[in-house]
Design a protein around this ligand. Sequence first.
Ligand SMILES: CCCCCCCCCCCCCCCCCCCCCCC/C=C/C(=O)SCCNC(=O)CCNC(=O)[C@H](O)C(C)(C)COP(=O)(O)OP(=O)(O)OC[C@H]1O[C@@H](n2cnc3c(N)ncnc32)[C@H](O)[C@@H]1OP(=O)(O)O
Ligand SMILES: Cc1cc2nc3c(=O)[nH]c(=O)nc-3n(C[C@H](O)[C@H](O)[C@H](O)COP(=O)(O)OP(=O)(O)OC[C@H]3O[C@@H](n4cnc5c(N)ncnc54)[C@H](O)[C@@H]3O)c2cc1C
Length: 664
Amino acid sequence: MEGVDYLADERKKAEFDVNEMKIVWAGSRHNFELSDRISKLVANDPGFSKEGRTMLPRKELFKNTLRKATYAWKRIIELRLSEEEAAKLRHFVDEPAFTDLHWGMFIPAIKGQGTDEQQKKWLPLAYKMQIIGCYAQTELGHGSNVQGLETTATFDPQTDEFVIHSPTLTSSKWWPGGLGKVSTHAVVYARLITNGKDYGINGFIVQLRSLEDHKPLPGVTVGDIGLKFGNGAYNTMDNGVLRFDHVRIPRDQMLMRVSQVTREGKYVQSDVPRQLLYGTMVYVRQTIVSDASNALSRAVCIATRYSAVRRQFGSQNGGQEIQVIDYKTQQNRLFPLLASAYAFRFVGEWLKWLYTDVTQRLQANDFSTLPEAHACTAGLKSLTTTATADGIEECRKLCGGHGYLCSSGLPELFAVYVPACTYEGDNTVLLLQVARFLMKTVSQLGSGKKPVGTIAYMGRIEHLMQCRSDVKQAKDWLKPSAVVEAFEARAARMSVACAQNLSKFDNPEEGFAELAADLAEAAVAHCQLIVVSKFIEKLQQDIPGEGVKQQLEVLCGIYYLFLLHKHQGDFLGTGYITSKQASLANDQLRALYSQLRPNAISLVDAFNYTDHFLDSILGRYDGNVYPKLYEAAWKDPLNQSDIADGFHEYIRPLLKQQLRTARL
Ligand SMILES: CCCCCCCCCCCCCCCCCCCCCCC/C=C/C(=O)SCCNC(=O)CCNC(=O)[C@H](O)C(C)(C)COP(=O)(O)OP(=O)(O)OC[C@H]1O[C@@H](n2cnc3c(N)ncnc32)[C@H](O)[C@@H]1OP(=O)(O)O
Ligand SMILES: Cc1cc2nc3c(=O)[nH]c(=O)nc-3n(C[C@H](O)[C@H](O)[C@H](O)COP(=O)(O)OP(=O)(O)OC[C@H]3O[C@@H](n4cnc5c(N)ncnc54)[C@H](O)[C@@H]3O)c2cc1C
């Protein structure tokens, strides 16, 4: 029945102020009002309808995305939206498009790596979308290993130009989003060669298509790389292939903040670190961490609401069956994901702060925090995207068979999200970057250099190597100091063990390769410590609203106790806790599930998602699942007629043949 709230009883059980929690989730009252206003604007605009999206063939799907992007741009101009409002609008339109790479990578690359003069020339064009750009780094044969890229940019002093060339098939640019069919320009990463010497990778602004008729320019071969995973999903994006045959660009289209080539062809290195060339990736990794909580909370919202609607077994005297959310196994799979969504929200907020801080320092030529920013963005990108992708899939399973229907919203969400584990750095490759940072930190411990920031705990290494947990009863696991010490001791001991094993190798690189799996685990332990610490720090702030802080304490407890349970082997193996203490942690975890249970629906309501954004029958706000599932099935193109297309060619002859066989 329309208008009935099937989840109303669940909502009445809430023990906290949901409106105040919405503000905590959004990060501030300003953010909440902004998200609320823009999400409703998008939901109420038929131009942004998602109807039938998963059923469209690729060409139509892509054209529909072009239409939406153009319409979004028109609305942004008409409504005079700020950059912040426009970014929110993009978020709620909920469709990957070339515009993501234009705004999210092309513009940041020019801002971060271009000189003032270059920014003055290119940014106004890009801001008005008079040129459309993408980020062309990855090649067919080289992705993770950026230093292995093969595309060349050879300086020709005769003409004051660079010649951009793809010398081999494997040097073809492959994957850049927006490249295939839309971009007019790209920031291309290529080996800089001048005076016969290779100076490694640099960025160059290259025009690819005519601004008049959009035809590829001479020497440019460009197209789409083909259909990707999932129905609809990331296929709205034209990930592309690109080859250059001696394409000439003016010298001043090399991005020259980090290094320059003079008119005479001399290579000059600025006093900024070369790693700034990787700055766009650091920026995007930080945005990916912030986005992980968006994707995970969405899946969790669907699975939580549906788990309260769905009933199986246990009917007494003909009464209702049990809500599946009341099964402890369901809680043990679902509630840690709900807690993770909140945990990732807060670590994302913190990382944004760290990124802003490092950016301000870089502007003042202070590069001291760059290694930590790289390690944190790389590690947290890896940790949060892996957990989110796995979490979305778990939410699908938590919804049983109906979770497998596209109308649940979960298959598309998974298909769109899962490449985040690969793009912007494969998650294992990124963990190994964190491990390098940790090994460097451990090796410098005796040198008098004091570890700061997220590795400050290493400064207390002697204590952390010896201390033992003093937990005696389950509720001792609620003490923040007990928890932080446990995660610090585990991370420190795993890093030190790796460092000790590494020191047994004559060649450190050989040792690193041999011990890579252990090193990646140590990196995970360090990153989990960061997430746990930031959640606990959040709870130390003043949090208004009746019961809000208490709910966050429950969620935080579930987050760290679930990790402790899942990685028991690390905590026990490093000798910090006993098996009795591990078992007490599990008792406390179960108790927290019971405390969370009455608040579950309201905790997902606090995400404030519109039904348009969720795009899920199972996750509907009103819980009116069955009639809507039934209704949606009839909208499938297969149900447009009672008799299937192909009946006369295939089914009928088959049936006839069976009749003949039966008569024999
Ligand atoms: C339809 C709707 C339309 C709506 C329309 C609305 C209109 C507009 C509205 C506005 C909207 C805004 C929207 C914005 C949206 C933004 C979203 C963005 C979207 C993102 C999509 C993703 C697409 C994907 C893109 C990509 O994947 S790009 C390619 C990424 N590639 C990689 O990540 C490669 C990974 N590899 C590496 O990073 C490196 O090679 C390596 C780090 C693994 C190794 O490098 P290298 O070999 O050079 O390094 P070493 O190990 O030797 O290290 C050398 C030292 O350098 C340090 N280091 C390494 N990396 C960094 C770094 N990044 N920063 C700093 N330091 C670094 C090492 O630590 C070493 O240091 P040491 O010497 O001290 O040890
Ligand atoms: C949807 C999508 C969008 C993308 N958009 C862009 C874009 O806009 N612009 C762009 O330039 N690129 C883009 N990419 C490319 C992306 O950045 C790369 O795919 C990514 O960096 C991973 O590199 P790879 O494909 O070379 O993987 P590989 O490095 O070949 O990884 C394959 C396997 O090898 C393992 N491996 C590799 N190196 C090591 C090592 N040193 N130690 C241990 N294990 C290792 C990995 O863990 C992985 O399991 C996109 C990719 C996808 C999927």
